[in-house]
Design a protein around this ligand. Structure first.
Ligand code: SF4
Length: 311
């Protein structure tokens, strides 16, 4: 809760009269004595705007520019738009967006903070349950998860554009230097080897490093990120977004060993002897069988085999 102390009764009366700073502070106290002089307006004045404000996504980039670079399709929200679109949320008692989020992200609360222009707090809350909100904001299948189950979508008003807002607050956080590398105060004298630098390996590595462990992540490819780098094309997720996150993990003390294939460059037993524990975070390159007629014909290949050719 944000509290503002004001020393003079005159200022307090002025605030009450003109409702100054109401979006920043929840309570105003007279000091001394500690007397409540004003509380911020009820939530309904800031939120529940879906009745008057229509759903809007960030604009698509012009197709001629997209043809030239194949970079992300959507531009960023401008600041005012992200705040406005967040204010459409109805702050449901049972937020189905959160219920259907695999990470249980605290979506209604960070939407409210964004609507109030409290972007740093919105980012802090969003990253508290998510190791890479800038990635989820871009590539999560929101239409089947949070946005698909949003209560105002179900009632025909068009979902809150949760993914684009998540991307906006995280990009704002990067721009403003609010995304910081891990700081380990007491390093534990134990090391963990993680096999696989995909999203699972990166997220586990970050959590273990936060606890103070020495972490080394091995990957057989020349770049870390797994399918975030080798599977998802730039028009959904540009590579610099993933590389920026990996750089941050390196700054936090995580070691990366690339071009290292377990079974070729070292055996699992050798790695096990080198570290106190091993985490195997691989497997996503295994293609899923499609039960379609003709699946077993010659020259039918799983798409996964082509993914590591992508730039
Ligand atoms: S379900 Fe939709 S309207 Fe309800 S809290 Fe989540 S985002 Fe807001």
């Amino acid at each position: 809760m944000h509290i503002k102390y004001v020393k003079s009764e005159k200022i307090a009366k002025f605030i009450i009269k003109w409702k100054l700073l109401v979006s920043k502070y929840d309570l105003y106290f007279l000091y001394p004595p500690l007397t409540i002089v004003y509380t911020s307006p009820p939530m309904s004045e800031k939120m529940l705007k879906f009745v008057e404000i229509g759903q809007q996504n960030p604009p698509k980039r012009d197709k001629n520019s997209r043809k030239e670079d194949f970079k992300e399709i959507y531009s960023e929200f401008i600041k005012g738009k992200a705040n406005e679109q967040s204010s459409r949320c109805s702050q449901c008692g049972v937020p189905f967006c959160q219920v259907h989020c695999p990470l249980s992200n605290n979506i209604p609360d960070w939407l409210k903070l964004t609507a109030e222009g409290r972007h740093e707090e919105a980012y802090q809350l969003s990253q508290s349950t998510n190791n890479m909100p800038e990635v989820c904001g871009r590539i999560c299948p929101q239409d089947r998860l949070c946005e698909g189950n949003c209560v105002i979508e179900q009632s025909g008003h068009g979902t809150v554009t949760i993914g684009s807002i998540e991307k906006y607050i995280t990009e704002t956080a990067w721009e403003n230097g609010w995304v910081k590398p891990i700081k380990v105060i007491n390093e534990i004298n134990q090391s963990i080897g993680i096999i696989g630098a995909g999203p699972a390996g990166l997220a586990c590595g970050e959590e273990l490093r936060k606890k103070g462990y020495q972490v080394t992540i091995y990957d057989r490819y020349d770049r870390s990120g797994g399918l975030l780098i080798y599977g998802i094309p730039n028009f959904k997720l540009e590579k610099h977004v993933v590389e920026r996150r990996i750089k941050l993990l390196k700054e936090g003390g995580i070691q990366f060993v690339n071009n290292f294939e377990v079974g070729k460059d070292a055996t699992l037993k050798e790695l096990n002897e080198k570290h106190d524990a091993i985490l195997i975070a691989t497997g996503v390159y295994k293609a899923r069988e499609v039960n379609l007629p003709g699946n077993d014909l010659s020259n039918i290949f799983p798409a996964m085999e082509f993914f590591d050719c992508l730039e």
